[in-house]
Design a protein. Structure first.
Length: 394
């Protein structure tokens, strides 16, 4: 029996994780669930999975959730705050941690799981983008097992040879990172500025949380994924090519020196990478239907248009620059996306904010978690200033 903590259980990845868990009560048991604002959903999840602990943001939410759990006669203990998230990610009873909190707030608990040597199922790509060096050092020194949940990285992981590792390339030449291109792949360029949050979140192939949906519309998501792939697979940015593939059937590819390209295909459903990582190195049923390859019929590919997707260009530059640049990019993007979702910034303002922050904030070489977090804070303050200057709205 594998005991699991799900950080961000109430989100899209969290719910898909629990769907896989429910299919395998003989293999997986939930130790702790975390949620932020959706307390009713978290209470329902506690009712179904009977975790030992539930984690929420603050004392007030904890009191509310405790009341709901008491009325269901549940013994789940309710705790709150960042430290509780870290403690439950690192608890000795836990075998596996699904890191599915969105954004920079996911860094500390995800790092805590790595430092405790857990099997870390990484959905929270922002952790690696912000603090890839520190994170990978923690994985190595605690001998944690890091398995990617991001569908592209999970696909790459599946296509890499078993001989791939530090100092051993196993014949890999490069990686082809596929991208759907999101909902705005072919809208006229001059209409982008007027796109609304609901339009940006209407992804053609994937059902996801709102932040990553906006990142997919700007293609910042692919830029973050490029940085994520560099850390996970010890690649240089030049060894990764971003390829637009609108059908999202191929989830990414690995090219070998002999000219072979291996791809992982499937329906766009996150339960495939989740089940793959949870059961690895075995395979279990995920609930995902067979891919109908006949109906799929066509697989299209194109190069990304960097004029349409300036966020991808900015992320590629940050990847090449290294140091604190990816952390600054990530923080500025989080602030800009929140402003866009809140109606304070037009869609095209997201790239303008990120670009301005990267110009204004000095790029350093952070060597501790505190240094990374101070870069993150500096970029957030700068992004807020830029938004006020661009829009006149505080
Ligand atoms: P979501 O918005 O649906 O869920 C986010 C989760 O984080 C929720 O459980 C929420 O309660 C929690 N959360 C939000 N703010 C928090 C805070 N301040 N403190 C503690 N918890 C907080 O997001 P999602 O789509 O499930 O994405 C989660 C992560 O997985 C992101 O990093 C995203 O990039 C990554 N990811 C998602 C998908 C996908 O298909 N959804 C695919 C690849 C990677
Ligand atoms: Mg992805």
């Amino acid at each position: 029996m594998q005991y699991l903590t799900v950080l961000g259980a109430t989100g899209s990845i969290g719910e898909n994780t629990l769907d896989v868990v429910a299919r395998h009560p003989d293999r997986f048991r939930v130790f702790a669930l975390s949620g932020h604002s959706q307390l009713d959903k978290l209470a329902r999840q506690c009712g179904q999975f009977k975790p030992n602990y539930a984690v929420v943001a603050d004392r007030e939410s904890a009191a509310l959730l405790s009341g709901k759990l008491r009325s269901l006669s549940l013994a789940t203990e309710v705790v709150f705050g960042q430290q509780a998230l870290c403690d439950l990610a690192a608890a000795p009873e836990v075998d596996m941690v699904m890191a599915a909190i969105v954004g920079a707030v996911g860094l500390r608990p995800t790092l805590a799981a790595a430092q405790a040597g857990k099997k870390v199922l990484l959905a929270n790509k922002e952790s690696l983008v912000m603090a890839g060096g520190l994170f990978m050092d923690a994985v190595r020194s605690a001998q944690a097992t890091l398995l990617p949940i991001d569908s592209e990285h999970n696909a790459i992981f599946q296509c890499l040879p078993t001989t791939y590792g530090p100092g051993q390339r196993g014949g890999v030449r490069r990686v082809l990172l596929t991208a759907s291109g999101g909902p705005f792949l072919s809208v006229p360029l001059d209409s982008l500025a007027a796109m609304t949050p609901d339009q940006a979140c209407a992804h053609p192939n994937w059902q996801m949380g709102r932040k990553i949906s906006v990142d997919s519309a700007t293609m910042m998501n692919k830029g973050l994924e490029l940085i994520e792939a560099c850390w996970l697979f010890d690649l240089r940015p030049e060894e990764i090519e971003v390829v637009i593939h609108p059908q999202s059937v191929i989830h990414s590819m690995v090219e070998y020196v002999d000219g072979s390209i291996l791809a992982q295909l499937g329906n766009p459903d996150m339960r495939t990478p989740i089940a793959h990582a949870m059961a690895w190195p075995e395979r279990v049923v995920s609930g995902v239907a067979s891919l109908d390859i006949i109906r799929t019929a066509r697989l299209d590919f194109a190069a990304p248009d960097l004029q349409r997707f300036p966020c991808l260009q900015l992320a590629m530059e940050a990847a090449r620059r290294g140091g604190s640049a990816p952390a600054l990019l990530n923080a500025a993007n989080e602030v800009a996306v929140a402003a866009f979702l809140g109606g304070r910034l037009p869609f095209t303002g997201i790239a303008e904010v990120v670009s301005a922050v990267l110009d204004r904030v000095e790029i350093t070489e952070p060597d501790s978690l505190e240094a990374v977090q101070s870069c993150d804070q500096m970029a957030r303050r700068s992004a807020e200033e830029v938004i006020v200057q661009l829009t006149g709205k505080g």
